[in-house]
Structure formats: structure tokens, C-alpha cells
Design a protein. Structure first.
Length: 162
């Protein structure tokens, strides 16, 4: 008798241009649950930090609103922040994002949520950087590992939401 180990679902990461990173991931949850997990501070605190403690300092989910999250690591903290440019409930969020570890490297993220009609949701996040060098720096960072860890934590959270 053989046992199979289920591989974790990973996001698909592509580079449509030298200034863009496109991340696609399907979640086994309806769109309203995925939307809530992206827009409610008490929920985002449970998955965005990749299993580490996340302090949501600000999260004003509206056009012009400010967001700031701080991940608490054993060796210190890492802050991330930006502004919401567009919020279309359950369909689309556009925000700026900047990591304290790379100040000045601001990306504009456009995140869409597509109801696949079978209880699953496709999320596509396209990050647009101001320069190709900024994009290359993001790709060289541990971003891909971090986002996959975050999405695995999001999968666990979504399974518990009713």
C-alpha cells in the first residue's frame, strides 16, 4: 500500500514585462470569504504574516485609505505599507505597497477576485514597479517563498470561515 503526500498549492508567478510581476492563485473558498480575508483586519492578521505575529497598525479599506502591517520576527520587525487607490467590493483592490527593507521601491498592486462558480476563487495580483530595476530587486528577494507561505496560511484560515 502506498501513501501519497499531497503537494501544497503554489502560486503561479510570471513576469508579463520587465516592470511587472503577476501572481495567480486559486483558493478553495467562495469569493466573499476570500474578499473578507483580504479586507478585514482581524482576518488578514491571521495569514498575511506567514504564520508569524502580524500587527495591523492601520487598515482603511477605502480609496485614499492607508494600510500598515508589521510582521514580528524573533530577530526584529518588518513593516509594509501603502495606500488604497481603488476598492471595488468582492472584485478588485488597487493599492501601493512598500517594504521598509527596501524604502523607495514602491509597487502598485492590482488584485482581482474571480468567482469560478464552483466554490473556488481565482485571485490575480499584478504588481507594477516604476523601473525594471525595482522589479528585479523584488524578484531577487524572498518574495515568492513568503507569498506561498502566506497563501498556505490563508488556505488554513479560509477552511475555518463559515
Amino acid at each position: 500500500m502506498s501513501t501519497s503526500v499531497k503537494e501544497p498549492v503554489r502560486a503561479t508567478l510570471t513576469t508579463p514585462s520587465d516592470r511587472e510581476i503577476r501572481i495567480e492563485r486559486v483558493f478553495n473558498a467562495p469569493r466573499d470569504r476570500v474578499w473578507r480575508a483580504f479586507t478585514e483586519p482581524e482576518l488578514i492578521a491571521q495569514w498575511w504574516g506567514r504564520g508569524k505575529k502580524l500587527v495591523v497598525e492601520r487598515m482603511e479599506v477605502q480609496r485614499g485609505g492607508h494600510w500598515r502591517f508589521v510582521v514580528v520576527n524573533p530577530g526584529g520587525t518588518q513593516g509594509f505599507e501603502g495606500r488604497y487607490r481603488e476598492v471595488t467590493p468582492q472584485e478588485r483592490i488597487v493599492w501601493t505597497a512598500e517594504w521598509d527593507g527596501m524604502p523607495g521601491y514602491v509597487a502598485v498592486d492590482t488584485v482581482t477576485f474571480e468567482d469560478l462558480g464552483d466554490g473556488r476563487t481565482r485571485m490575480v495580483n499584478t504588481s507594477l514597479f516604476f523601473t525594471s530595476e525595482d522589479c528585479a530587486a523584488a524578484l531577487a528577494s524572498p518574495m515568492e517563498e513568503g507569498l506561498n507561505d502566506s497563501y498556505a496560511a490563508l488556505d488554513r484560515l479560509l477552511a475555518t470561515l463559515g
